[in-house]
Write a protein that binds this ligand. Sequence first.
Ligand code: SF4
Length: 436
Amino acid sequence: MDQERLEKTISLIHDVKYGGLPTHFPSLLAWDKGLLPLRKQKNLWEASLAENPKREIGIYLNVPFCKKKCGFCFLDVKGGASSEEQAEYIHAVENEMAFFEPVFKNKEITSVYIGGGTPNFLSANLLKELLLNLKKHFLIKPGTQISMESNPDFFDEEKAEAVAESGITMLLMGIQSFSARINGENGRAQDVTRIKNAFSLVRSAGIKYINADLLCGLKGQTEKDFLKDVIMLSMLRPTQIHLNRIKPLSGTLPPKIKKELSQWQQAGLEILRRQGYSVLDEESACLDGIRNVQGNYFFHLENSLLGLGAGAMSHAWGKLRSRNTVAPLEYSKSANAGIGFSELSLEIGINEELRHYLMNTLLHGENVLPEQIREKFGPEGESIYMELAMGMEKNGYLEAAGGGWICPLRMQDWLGVTSSIYGNNLLEHIAVRNGL
Ligand code: SF4
């Protein structure tokens, strides 16, 4: 493959937006298209659970509805779904839960994340029904973190209480900006005057942990605007704050803009540090060390995740990756007809898990030791790693450090590490399938 085609293929791989999940190996650009037969899905999950009894199991539940789609949103959400469409969707998700109930019988679920979309756009009754169904079909371990994304606009007393009574332990509030002007310029329908009251309502209802997100790089936003938002948010004292860089709807941010926005993030984190927050990484800080479990990329390298609902991604460790039908109404139709749930899938094995682990740890700047790989993937995994790492060191993409290897994370290293871990055949397959 010539250099230009190689670079295009790798940039496609890294452009795939996986929501909060770490970059998959292999990328979903290489997965098989078509409705996954239910019998096969069930068998692969059962095999994964039987062979990996110690791995944790998380549930990700997607609610793909919002009042109106924001101008910068890259997610597959439906704006303004009718109450019939919402009810039909909750019914479809329950069908999916019922399908998996016998597979997960006696298996404890140790984390739940309800994302979207805007889950609290649902009525209080539908939200309660969704959470009741979850507890009816799965064994949720006592004390499990149950997190839910939300928009401050949709909290009134009834909904805040419904959320707390349903067992949500952590709320993630999408603020993005406190400025009505900036929200307006970015096509976001949000009443910023309701934000403070939403915090009071959910706290009075008994929710202790609140995560909140801000965006930097919005249209019409200056660094001063962003830092003002950081100060305003810190005054509301959420337990964790994320200062996210905007992601363009297609492609990636130009390096110059990325660098500038990273400086805004650093300045924002410095403000939070002065306000008593502990900085967790380059974009988040927290007050008391309680983190969203599924927000930690390591969780996804080591454990299984059952995705429920439209567009949800599943990972049956060592056996299967799949993505549910993305279009909400199509998902509802096929789930309610009992035909199937996933439109994209790939059978995987330990080799894919090893490469997934290496891609993410090396490209997060971790020092990866051979003995750590032997412990997780056995002697065969260790020798695959040694061979790959020595090749990458020879080509200048990794440096030997402390008995292992570390990636200096320059642009050429992203290309080099990704192409070494993928190998020519898989890259060629992805290039051809994606018209390169
Ligand atoms: S509220 Fe969030 S999920 Fe919904 S459209 Fe806006 S950015 Fe996307």
